[in-house]
Ligand binder design. Structure first.
Ligand SMILES: N[C@@H](CCC(=O)N[C@@H](CS)C(=O)NCC(=O)O)C(=O)O
Length: 245
């Protein structure tokens, strides 16, 4: 199968698509970000929606992101990454490493879901402004308990990995490292005060973040127009009242 990948994700936000994008970018993979391409060349939101609703697809995705590779159509961020990992050289070779990397990714996904729920704690169908009271309460708990608990766990994972380097799994870069980088980026954007506090005694998480940021392909990507800014339509949103004590 040719090594050309089609990433399908909403335009305008980093969202969960960013975890896949970072893996493709870090590996220098040949990929197209379909919805962000011109309609005349088969891009645009219409192309994404047609693929999402394609009746002939026996493995339909519930929601973006999804990846098309040959006749594979794969949804769920963690499933996309477990598929891409070995193909892009972003996971170890042993079963133990493959499983552990996937477990780390699923834990990152859990925290991403909780970060989303800070601004949409009642319903995804309601505006933030219509669930602000609950959002304030949810965010207080997220800042006070959940950010420290998750980041402490990642710090322990890094401490227990005695292989040389600053990686979550063994001594090589994996997609879980890239995803933890993105998680820290998002937390710093949405909850700058709480995240600075939490990272003060998590030197290994902070170092992993900085090391990933400095990888030549990632550095180039972050400076390119392919990297969108965080904004208040995405998962990580900066509402100052949700980061205030
Ligand atoms: N667990 C899925 C979640 C996918 C998801 O929630 N996608 C969002 C955008 S980030 C979406 O389009 N949701 C539409 C919906 O839930 O109706 C994953 O990790 O990929």
């Amino acid at each position: 199968m040719a090594d050309h990948y089609e990433l399908h994700y909403w335009t305008g936000i980093q969202g969960r698509g960013e975890f896949v994008r970072l893996a493709l970018e870090a590996a220098g993979a040949d990929y197209v970000d379909v919805a962000r391409g011109p309609e005349a060349q088969g891009g645009g939101d219409g192309a994404l929606m047609r693929r999402l609703r394609q009746a002939a697809n026996p493995t339909p995705s519930f929601a973006p992101p999804f990846l098309v590779h040959g006749d594979f159509v794969i949804g769920q961020t963690a499933a996309i990454l477990i598929y891409l990992g070995p193909r892009l050289g972003l996971v170890g070779k042993t079963e133990r490493e493959v499983l552990w990397t996937h477990q780390l990714q699923l834990t990152i996904a859990d925290m991403v879901g909780e970060a989303h729920d800070t601004h949409h704690p009642v319903s995804v169908s309601l505006y933030y402004e219509d669930q602000k009271e609950a959002a304030l309460q949810k965010s207080r708990d997220f800042r006070t308990h959940r950010i420290p608990k998750f980041l402490t766990w990642f710090e322990q994972v890094l401490e227990r990995n005695t292989a040389p380097g600053t990686h979550l799994v063994g001594s090589r870069l994996s997609y879980a490292d890239l995803s933890l980088f993105q998680l820290v980026e998002g937390l710093r954007y949405a909850f700058p005060a709480a995240t600075t506090r939490a990272l003060a005694d998590k030197p290994l998480v902070a170092r992993l973040h900085d090391n990933v940021r400095a990888l030549p392909r990632i550095r180039d990507y972050l400076q390119s127009s392919r990297r969108l800014d965080f904004n208040e339509q995405g998962i990580f949103r900066r509402y100052p009242e949700l980061d205030a004590d």
